[in-house]
Design a protein around this ligand. Structure first.
Ligand code: ZN
Length: 317
């Protein structure tokens, strides 16, 4: 399999968020990408400047960070539709996986494609490597996110090119990729949530060494998410046994449900459902199941108590 390391630069409404076009908060102004082979060696590169059609002035922050010039974009930039056509052709028919620093680029790419009504040829679910996440698993504490600039400095990669330009950042990200122990961390794929399962058949589950993740279809009402058995069931991570619940699902705020199951052989499993809103204001759930300890159980019981008190408190006022 090949890897396509992608980096985008985008602009936003120069007059701020309130003045944004719906479903088009960011307009892509540069695409940079590097294709890597199985050994993570660069094979070819892609770069296009894109002429802004929607936000025709650069937001001051964008010009500050990218040092791009609107005149240059107008003069040398391609139309998005032409640039994306070239890009998809460059990606080719061979199997590949996208790699990006952070989790935003593929969503913004697809948003821009949708805005310009370009057919979305990507597989569903769209799995990719979030190189920032993998970097932080291998070199960091697993949760604190580092910037690409920091990672490049830490790894003493020669920083001869400017940061925050698409192709340079893609090259740096590719170099970081080549340092990663993919035998160990390659299992940690990420999934892009721009396009979501529209039906039961499209729902999917991903299995990792220490947790599993299930993504539901979209619903009009958030309450419907937990009515589906596939969402509310807790299955053991190790033996796939259907588990009896030690703590039934309880809501924790508007966006979270928690529960605890117990496997007679493998102990506690904590279930968590995050309620999320899709691009078009539908709701979907992401369920994760993770092995838990007795301390986790106690913490969950405490949380349930706190939630009860809070709800009770509300009623009396
Ligand atoms: Zn089990």
């Amino acid at each position: 399999m090949k890897y396509i390391v992608l980096d985008l630069e985008w602009n936003q409404s120069p007059r701020g968020k309130e003045d944004s076009v719906p479903h088009f908060p960011f307009e892509i102004i540069e695409i940079g990408a590097v294709k890597l082979n199985e050994r993570m060696e660069p094979e070819s590169e892609f770069q296009r400047l894109i002429r802004p059609q929607v936000y025709r002035q650069l937001h001051f922050k964008i010009s500050e960070v990218t040092r791009m010039d609107i005149g240059e974009l107008r003069q040398k930039g391609a139309l998005f539709c032409d640039a994306i056509e070239d890009f998809l052709e460059w990606c080719g028919d061979e199997e590949f996986r996208f790699c990006t620093w952070g989790s935003m680029d593929l969503t913004e790419l697809q948003r821009n494609m949708a805005y310009y009504r370009v057919d979305n040829p990507f597989p569903q679910p769209l799995l990719y490597y979030d190189v920032q996440k993998l970097y932080c698993l291998q070199y960091g504490d697993g949760s604190r996110k580092e910037s690409l600039d920091q990672a490049v400095e830490e790894q003493e990669i020669e920083a001869e090119r400017p940061f925050h330009r698409a192709l340079c950042d893609a090259r740096y990200t590719g170099k970081i990729m080549s340092l990663l122990d993919m035998d160990r961390y390659g299992v940690y794929v990420s999934v892009d949530y721009y396009r979501l399962p529209g039906s039961k058949e499209e729902e999917f589950c991903l299995y990792f060494p220490n947790y599993s993740k299930r993504v539901s279809r979209t619903y009009e009402n958030r309450e419907d998410i937990m009515k589906d058995k596939d969402m509310s069931d807790i299955v053991c991570l190790h033996c796939s046994r259907m588990l009896r619940k030690k703590i039934r699902w309880f809501p924790c705020g508007q966006k979270l449900y928690l529960c605890l199951g117990i496997c007679p052989e493998h102990g506690y499993m904590r279930g968590k459902v995050r309620v999320k809103k899709s691009e078009y204001d539908a709701y979907y759930g992401i369920k994760t199941i993770k092995a838990a300890t007795e301390e986790d159980r106690d913490a969950l019981l405490q949380k349930r108590e706190d939630m009860k008190k809070r709800r009770g408190g509300k009623k009396t006022t």
